[in-house]
Design a protein around this ligand. Structure first.
Ligand SMILES: [Zn+2]
Length: 229
């Protein structure tokens, strides 16, 4: 395994370009298709620095546990990387944010100000900060992400793999997810990729935020080709 590990930034970029230009031909795992629906609720985030608890969202607390392990593995491969959790601890963190929007209940989802609340909550959501300096790079690449799959994709790519397992244990190829490597490692930024899929709370048009009051929010999870129902 270790002899597949490429440390040099330029060589990693070359490999990413090769993957972007070819199709994934490996096996595809379909994952386990049964999940229980767990509601979002408050959970205790325990700061690894000071050991104190801060209220955060349960899904993010679980994701952090995965992401910590993934970043440790990246470091164990010999990469100069670290995970910064400073936004999560209100006791010792800089810019710490706490999960406070408990009033956001799904029974409210048809209320007038639902979108506003959701947006405010997104803005107040703390994020993990990942830093990595690849061989030959002058500076650290710094990126914010709470999405364990993105870290997993970066780890597998750094291990010399061309695929990784997503949140549902389904195979994702690096070939088709070059965007994630660009984001997490800051390499191959000129490789053309499809736009990132929109999160469901994001509006159609990302370039301003004064598109309120239209009332019709259907179709915001479409594939971006702009057709109107
Ligand atoms: Zn702390």
């Amino acid at each position: 395994m270790k002899n597949n590990v490429i440390k040099n930034r330029d060589e990693l970029e070359k490999r990413l370009r090769e993957l972007a230009d070819t199709e994934y031909t490996g096996q595809i795992a379909m994952g386990a298709m049964c999940y229980s629906l767990v509601p979002e609720e408050e959970a205790e985030y325990i700061c690894p620095k000071c050991g104190k608890a801060t209220a955060q969202e349960n899904f993010i607390v679980w994701a952090i546990e995965d992401i910590r392990e993934i970043v440790e593995e990246i470091k164990s491969l010999g990469y100069d990387a670290c995970l910064d959790e400073e936004e999560f601890c209100v006791f010792c963190g800089n810019n710490a944010k706490q999960y406070t929007d408990y009033e956001l209940d799904y029974k409210d989802c048809e209320s007038e100000d639902w979108d506003e609340k959701e947006k405010r909550r997104e803005e107040n959501r703390p994020e993990l900060i990942f830093r990595i300096k690849l061989g030959g790079a002058a500076e650290y690449h710094v990126v914010k992400s709470n999405i364990s799959e993105e870290y997993r994709g970066a780890l597998e790519f750094l291990k010399g793999q061309d695929h990784y397992l997503n949140y549902y244990d389904m195979t994702e190829s690096i070939h088709d997810n070059v965007r994630i490597i660009q984001k997490m490692l800051g390499i191959g930024l000129d490789i053309p990729v499809p736009p990132a899929p929109k999160q469901w709370w994001e509006s159609d048009d990302g370039d301003d935020d004064d598109d309120e009051g239209e009332g019709d929010e259907e179709g915001y999870d479409d594939d971006g080709n702009g057709d109107e129902e």
